[in-house]
Design a protein around this ligand. Structure first.
Ligand SMILES: Nc1ncnc2c1ncn2[C@@H]1O[C@H](COP(=O)(O)OP(=O)(O)OP(=O)(O)O)[C@@H](O)[C@H]1O
Ligand SMILES: [Mg+2]
Length: 258
């Protein structure tokens, strides 16, 4: 029995557009195992990005529960959610969201600086990751001075900078050529293998999806053919939120020298 890091139960979500309500998620159940790669596939518009945003606490579901390490996270305050995201999650957006006034290096360092990690270590770690995504020569460029694929790679480096326990990546290789897509995928695999992170990756690339440990397919607002344990979800809401207090100093950040 593997450790379940993330558990979603009965997740429902609709978008309001004037008088019309479009139900996108209609009761999604999913388990995400620790230290595994999970692919989410499905047709365009099937709700993959919506689900990822909800798992990442960037959006709140209309119904349903999301547990991370048995803590109910959709009930946290917005401040606690922000802390949760910074400490536990790396989010790679479908459209990159780099900060335009900061260089690639600064963008990647930022999550660590916010958490008061030593700036020299933050820089070393950021450079290590930018090197891994093949961007070290462009690290002093602003996002506007990078190509789409380069921005995507910088965003991936930023998502991984904190060695997050969970990476939520929305088409991380969508804008990349085959070589860079393979590089990014290897980096995600390395994160899982060496640092025990879990990666959830939305992708349209079935050859990458097939290399993941689990594939979930979204269709009709649900995940097709999922099998989930149900026994322990009630106890979760009473577990102390202290389980989520992962301190900066506990995280070992791999750099070139280590
Ligand atoms: N902010 C929004 N307001 C209204 N409708 C939205 C909003 N965001 C998404 N939708 C709708 O919800 C549905 C699911 O969108 P979502 O972005 O989750 O799909 P997706 O599976 O990620 O698609 P793709 O593969 O094209 O990225 C779509 O029909 C979309 O039009
Ligand atoms: Mg999407």
């Amino acid at each position: 029995m593997h450790k379940i890091l993330y558990k979603g139960r009965g997740i429902e979500h609709a978008y309001d557009e004037g008088k019309i309500k479009t139900a996108v998620l209609k009761g999604v159940d999913l388990d995400i195992e620790a230290s595994k790669m999970t692919a989410i596939v499905g047709k365009s518009g099937s709700g993959k990005s919506t689900l990822l945003h909800i798992l990442g606490t960037l959006d709140t579901p209309d119904k349903g529960d999301i547990y991370f390490q048995d803590v109910l996270i959709n009930g946290l305050s917005s401040r606690a959610k922000a802390r949760f995201r910074n400490r536990h999650l790396g989010f790679v957006y479908q459209f990159h969201h780099l900060l335009g006034d900061f260089t690639a290096l600064e963008n990647v360092m930022l999550p660590l600086l916010i958490d008061k990690v030593n700036p020299a270590l933050a820089k070393e770690r950021a450079q290590y990751l930018l090197d891994r995504v093949g961007l070290v020569s462009h690290m002093h460029h602003l996002p506007s001075e990078l190509s789409g694929g380069e921005r995507q790679r910088a965003a991936i480096a930023r998502a991984l900078v904190y060695s997050p326990e969970m990476v939520l990546a929305d088409e991380p290789t969508g804008n990349l050529d085959e070589t860079n897509a393979a590089k990014v995928f290897e980096l995600l695999q390395e994160l899982v293998r060496d640092e025990g992170s879990a990666v959830v990756m939305v992708t349209h690339d079935m050859s990458l999806a097939k290399q993941c440990d689990t594939i979930y397919e979204m269709a009709g607002g649900v995940i097709k053919d999922g099998t989930f344990s149900d026994s322990d979800s009630e106890v979760a809401s009473v577990v102390s939120k202290l389980a989520l207090s992962r301190a900066a100093k506990e995280v070992k950040l791999k750099t070139k020298g280590s």
